[in-house]
Design a protein around this ligand. Sequence first.
Ligand code: COA
Length: 322
Amino acid sequence: MRAKIIGTGSCLPQKAVTNDDLSTLMETSDEWIKSRTGISARHLVSSETETTLSMAVNAGKSALADAGLLPEDIELIIVATVSSDFITPSTACMVQKELGAVHAAAFDMNAACSGFLFALNTADAYFQAGIYQNALIIGVETLSKIVDWKDRSTCVLFGDGAGAAVLRADSEGIIASLQGSNGAGGHVLMCKNRSSNNPFVATDTRLDYLYMDGQEVFKFAVKKETECIQELLAQTGLAPSDITWYLLHQANQRIINSIARKLKLPLDKFPSNVDHCGNTSAASIPILLDEVHRANTLSEGDLILLSGFGAGLTWGAALLRW
Ligand code: COA
């Protein structure tokens, strides 16, 4: 049995912040951001009631309603995030409580922007082992609280939000998947944001924010994500043109354009929402999936390839039948 997506949901914070809004806070411009990234606006949390947890819960509720399942039906909850509200309990356990998913085992995972794919692949592995029959997986981030608002080359790229999918063990669903990591490259995108309270350690209690070497990440993203897609296609014997839709991590429209060019495919196979969401890290793929699902873009039987990359470094892909 493999994982089949039977419902999707998403939640974006109320406040949309345009490039022009940002140019009132820092020296930047709509022209600079738009031409280098394709981003016009992003949603950012703007009140104490909008949190990683609240967005995860809203996205989860909406995915459950779409799937026609009740919270108490759910056996497994995995939340992919690097921006949980608490160190412990996990966001997944807090989501379980808020939803009343009393029968679920729940845990978080951190694979940065590849997190949703790692969660999908993990749930799929549980299904293949016969351990669970369904799962709720959520990618959620409030990166606005960890980006460096004094670093205009990174803070303009990211947005907040949550996306969710309900999975069922089925004879049809995920066809093939892969994931990988290269810890040795981790220094190009990192956030050392932990202080220590240990009295025996002379501690630097400074909190650091997200650091990124943009050009190195750009090169890694185009190379690794293209290779990852090609490897997955080779596993299945499919040609790039056999895939109906490519739903890629929404980091930068230029990265998506480069990958489409390398695969010699038209851009209309690559739906995108980076224009109005920015990079929402672990939430980006499930938010996009929910958008295209609710816009009736997907038809039963479509072949969908999800792929992403992120800090760690990490990357992953999954091919599935809708
Ligand atoms: N507004 C205006 N100018 C800015 C700016 C901003 N928001 N941010 C940086 N600049 C300036 C820099 O200071 C630099 O100026 P200098 O040349 O005088 O030193 C210049 O713009 C750099 O521009 P450029 O070389 O054209 O940048 P770039 O083409 O490398 O684009 C990124 C920068 C960040 C958009 C690009 O590298 C990128 O998208 N990388 C991938 C990031 C990513 O996807 N991260 C997420 C991974 S999950």
